[in-house]
Design a protein around this ligand. Sequence first.
Ligand code: F3S
Length: 429
Amino acid sequence: MVELTDAERAMLDGDAGAATQKAMELLVRYAEALGAERFVETNNVAGVPGSAPPWVKQYYAQDGGDYRAVFSRFDLDSDEVVDVPRMNAFSCHLQGGMDPSLWREQGMSEDAFANFQSDESDVAAHGIQILKTCTPYLAGNVPVMGEHCAWMESSAVVFANSVIGARTNCEGRESTSAAMLAKRIPDWGFHTDDFRRGHHSVDVQVPVDSIFEWGMLGYFVGDAVQDTIPVITGSVSDASLIRHKHFGAAAASSGGVEMYHMVGITPEAPSVEAAFGGAARGERFVYDASARKRIYESLNSVGTSDDVDYVMLGCPHYSIEQIAQAAALIEGRKVHTNSALWVFTSRAVKATADANGYTKILRDAGAYLMTDTCSAISQAVPEGTKVAALDSAKQVHYLPAMMKIEGWYGTTAECIDAACTGKWRGKLS
Ligand code: F3S
């Protein structure tokens, strides 16, 4: 039974309005299902509050089919439609379904874009920041160590827990929307010390020092430990924001990793002992040359044709450093007539790319720098795509399966080379 503070009881009694009452009702049901005994306060929530494609609005047509109806009935799971006030917590909107300017190039219809615009103005009117990215930590939302958050998006969650030391479970649409109003989330899972201890060891015996290698190691780790917490030791080097971003996204894709410890690298793992925190040590996995080769082959198992007609970069959304690298790699070259190159980032990072001239360099080469979404989320690829090349282990895990296409995994340079030649020439060195 969840214990409520006076303030929480008052919200449940409706003192803060009908929408917050519905939010608390949902959160109490959620806490009881989890077995949580209390809530923690949160002032950092990232979700997709109230946004919905036209068919969802159509589903709620008898309730008005508008933002109010969707937020009440879908987000808050309410049996009645209530007025939705501005959010109480600091709240951010994660990635969405299309680029705000290049939606035609993504194959979206006028109607879909009109719906997108209407959702966005409703979201903004409710005090939710339009970050529109899977990397809120690159777009102005960086929690601090120990901060209780309520975030959706697996790659952002694993980054927040592991790299920053913030505390969040991988929440859903309903719990994040409710948390935006109630500023509460169940005190369960990654919010508690015990839950953050390591379960299994991963001994890295080959050099892991580039984005490409960190991505492959992440894919190996997720496959090995599934949804538990790995404690990683060995020859991992050159840690950086980008490498963690690719590692965590891959581990959350091949498994369900929501937190990892890298001994001597991540904040809650100054030593192996600290990472396990006295918990029993489970299995030991070894990442050696044969494991590395096996992972590379697995990531490239859905590639047969070397005719590449689409290259997608930016999963998770590219940082400004990655965009600068991509621009440097393609400057003076052209995307092949049989291919296309789409690079994804957030609006905040694109503003810097625009100022630095990277967007123009990419455009002059025949590529697009897009925001808000990615090919997996929008299910949009250039027309006729049969074979994609990707520098993200996460994206190669999802996109070929979702779009029924072939996919190659390689370095950013190999992917840009494929975009400019129309041919896949990647290999494991
Ligand atoms: Fe982001 Fe899309 Fe990858 S939303 S994490 S770029 S699957």
